[in-house]
Design a protein around this ligand. Sequence first.
Ligand code: GN1
Ligand code: MG
Length: 370
Amino acid sequence: MSTNNLENSILSAEKFNIKGNIISSVPFGSGHINDTFKIITDSDTTEQYLLQRINHHVFRNVDGLMANIEKVCNHLKKKLAHLGDKEVLKRTMTLIPTLDGKHYYEDNNGDFWRIFILIPDTRSYDILETTDQAFSGGLAFGQFQKQLSDLDPTTIVEVLPNFHNIEFRMNNLREAIAKDAASRVAEVQDLLDYIFEREGKMRTVLELGRANRLPLRITHNDTKFNNVLLDANDQVQCVIDLDTVMPGYVAYDFGDAIRTIINSAAEDEADVSKIVLNIPLFAAFTAGYLSEAKEFLTKTEAESLIHGVHLLPYMQAVRFLTDYIDGDTYYKIAYPEHNLVRTKAQLKLVQELEANHQVLTDILAENLNS
Ligand code: GN1
Ligand code: MG
């Protein structure tokens, strides 16, 4: 992170209604899209802040994005109001307004900034360690969907249309191949063959949706395990990263969570032999999720969950590979082959999930029937 960026972050943070004087700004978290900073102040209050520069090349409708976040946070706060103000601040994200009362600040470079209260004494994990953590993750996303189940999905802007639409993602991949902007297609032909072989069977959720057999709900759409904050005892504290909250199908959230929960290695592990499934973590996440979601899922939604499990790592591979072929224009990368390594890691997961299809289906059935 350049000094210039840090200076800009401090200048931007000063536009917000925060307590105390800013001492410093420190890069924070592992997001692939936005830039995040922790803002340290001299305030003697316990309040700390998280500043983000919104990637407006990805999120072009910043007003729509921020309106969604505000609406979702307000709804969650109402649901939790019985716990008292202090607890509500720990269990939901809270936006700090600018000095002139807006939810974001646009600087002279045309960059957009926002500040949330940083929730204290919490941690998130890129890779899970225990089944208790997995159960908490399931509970967190099950509760999240349940709490939003009475918010009208048509009031939420689809900020990234077709986000989890596999047909759209395959079209993007085909366009990238046709352009071959970075002359990388020949090098990845074996990966493309593997992807196209599976294209038909990855359309199940999309087609159930098109046949009106799945209700459109408000979903999170980025249910990586590191988007759940846990407390010191690994109990759920708060679901974070609300940028992609949009109308969607529950199978997408379930599958995207399993993508990180079940993987014994990092999303970008270069040694694919390390990528194996941790089935007890799958079972624990499923138990946590269904303890909340069973009461509102339809029969077809429950049956769609396993299709989401196969689909989301596959779709993530398609997205990483599209970006690699395009010459790395979307995701932040740490080294030139990063998107290729990420693609291979996701495809290894696809392969492992296929090999374990029956075991996973049986665990889902046991939890649904108990
Ligand atoms: C991006 O920035 P981050 O890490 O929250 C991406 C997700 C991917 C994820 C892969 C808007 O999320 O869809 O699943 O990377 N977000 C967007 O790690 O594209
Ligand atoms: Mg995200």
